[in-house]
Design a protein around this ligand. Structure first.
Ligand SMILES: [Zn+2]
Ligand SMILES: [Zn+2]
Ligand SMILES: [Zn+2]
Length: 161
């Protein structure tokens, strides 16, 4: 089954033709899709960030679910407990670290304020998630989006076609 195929270690695999559900651009690797979708979330005026759009399929938060499980010092995606129409296998450890080759660090995270077992929140949505659910608390600074990511994804957005 799909979930079993995806199960395994925390690794990027070359996926074939994953497309953006919004503009139908096609990507060969999950990190490229993640960066493109993140660019939609940050820079596309037609995307409502209050809806906490999914970093893979752009669906509003409650209609999509990504599970996480502990893996080494970090996490890996829990594919059997995820329901996302664009679910692809990617390395959580790599995707969560912005670098010159990976401008995007939008990954699902566990909200420190939500009860255990709650749905994960995409990192780029955490500020909106806090404003809506945990005000006046603000997210820990480790969840801030760096200028490096904002600038990089602005370029991804401007060069998308
Ligand atoms: Zn797109
Ligand atoms: Zn999704
Ligand atoms: Zn929360």
């Amino acid at each position: 089954c799909f979930a079993c195929e995806l199960e395994g270690d925390d690794r990027d695999v070359v996926t074939t033709n994953i497309s953006c559900e919004r503009c139908h651009a096609i990507f060969e690797t999950a990190p490229k899709l993640l960066a493109h979708i993140a660019a939609h979330i940050l820079h596309d005026p037609t995307i409502s960030r209050e809806d906490e759009p999914c970093g893979l399929c752009l669906s509003p938060a409650p209609s999509c679910r990504i599970g996480l499980k502990k893996y080494k010092a970090s996490f890996t995606l829990d594919y059997t407990n995820s329901m996302c129409q664009r679910l692809v296998k990617f390395s959580y450890a790599t995707a969560s670290q912005p670098s010159p080759t990976n401008l995007c660090a939008n990954v699902p995270i566990k909200c420190p304020q939500c009860p255990k077992g709650s749905n994960t929140v995409w990192k780029y949505n955490i500020a909106f998630h806090y404003a809506k659910n945990h005000s006046p608390s603000v997210p820990p600074s480790e969840f801030d989006i760096s200028d490096f990511e904002l600038e990089g994804l602005k370029m991804v957005w401007n060069n998308r076609h």
